[in-house]
Design a protein. Structure first.
Length: 310
């Protein structure tokens, strides 16, 4: 059975009209499904937790997230048993980094088609960080510092709705990234990989821990990241003059920033980042608050996910 978890407010409210089209198609085809519209932050996680009870190991429930990248984070966080679930995603957001990395269609109706066929089911790693002694899982990335500050301002600015209506949602990330670069003061961070190797840096702009290649509306920060290798890919940017970083940022859309001095690409199974001062944190493009520490690991069990046939 399919269970659709729908964020009607995604893409500045267009999520509801997109869902209405999907709902109509499901009814016309006589598909066995249930659905629930999210009403508040964290609601998708609660719905996902309840939906898991509908599945078993032999007959898993197909939980389909309909929303933006933040909806993915909530749904993954709410899943209680990976063995009882097959995950699918229909994009109705503006960032769509999950689609870029997983090579999923951006068109919601095209996504519905391959999900209903379910011809190709693969596995995906699910990383998590601990917040208030609770796991917060993510599908794309989490980060501390500059990139998280950009995410938090994008979420808060009324310009996001305007840019989304114009079909220019990607540009708002670049606009705010350039704006914040002017005012940011890079600081000290200590990074410990796999509980063994510790590195210290004095002038860090940000550290992002990635499960996918892309974040931030199309920045290909970790070009070699694979979502099924039980490894985290990490980008840490430090010691670069702002004017140089300004010119480096556009190259990151194409993954051409790798190898530039001050841009470090790391891999590990778990990571702990400590900042000398409290900084913004994001998780799949949603605010994770202001903190000094970020610890990320990977769930031992992989999640089954519906993918298009290549």
């Amino acid at each position: 059975m399919y269970y659709f978890i729908v964020n009607p407010n995604s893409r500045s409210g267009r999520g509801r009209s997109i869902w209405n089209e999907i709902h109509q198609q499901l009814m016309l085809r006589g598909i066995d499904f249930q659905y629930c519209l999210t009403r508040y932050s964290g609601h998708a996680a609660e719905i996902a937790s309840d939906a898991c009870a509908l599945g078993t190991e032999s007959e898993p429930v197909y939980i389909i997230a309909v929303g933006g990248d933040g909806t993915i984070h909530e749904v993954l966080t709410g899943i209680t048993d990976f063995d009882q679930v097959v995950f699918g995603y229909i994009p109705t957001g503006s960032g769509n980094d999950f689609c870029r990395s997983m090579r999923l269609p951006f068109d919601p109706m095209e996504s519905l088609e391959y999900i209903l066929k379910a011809e190709h089911i693969s596995k995906m790693d699910v990383p998590y960080l601990l917040r208030n002694n609770k796991k917060s899982r993510f599908g794309i990335s989490t980060g501390i510092g500059y990139d998280a500050g950009v995410c938090q301002e994008v979420l808060a600015t009324p310009l996001k709705k305007i840019f989304n209506r114009l079909g220019l949602g990607k540009l708002i990330y670049l606009f705010i990234a350039l704006k914040q670069l002017i005012f940011i003061n890079p600081g000290k961070m200590t990074v410990t990989l796999d509980g063994e190797n510790t590195f210290s840096y004095d002038h860090v702009y940000f550290t992002a821990v990635m499960n996918q290649k892309y974040e931030g509306g199309g920045f290909k920060f970790c070009p070699d990241a694979q979502p099924d290798d039980q490894l985290l890919d990490v980008i840490l940017v430090e010691g670069i003059r702002k004017i140089k970083l300004l010119f480096c940022l556009p190259t990151a859309f194409f993954g051409k920033h790798v190898g530039i001095r001050g841009i470090h690409i790391l891999t590990c199974s778990d990571i702990h980042v400590h900042s000398a001062s409290a900084l913004p944190i994001h998780i799949d493009g949603e605010s994770g608050g202001i903190r000094e520490d970020l610890t990320v690991s990977i769930e031992k069990s992989s999640l089954k996910i519906i993918l298009p046939v290549v």
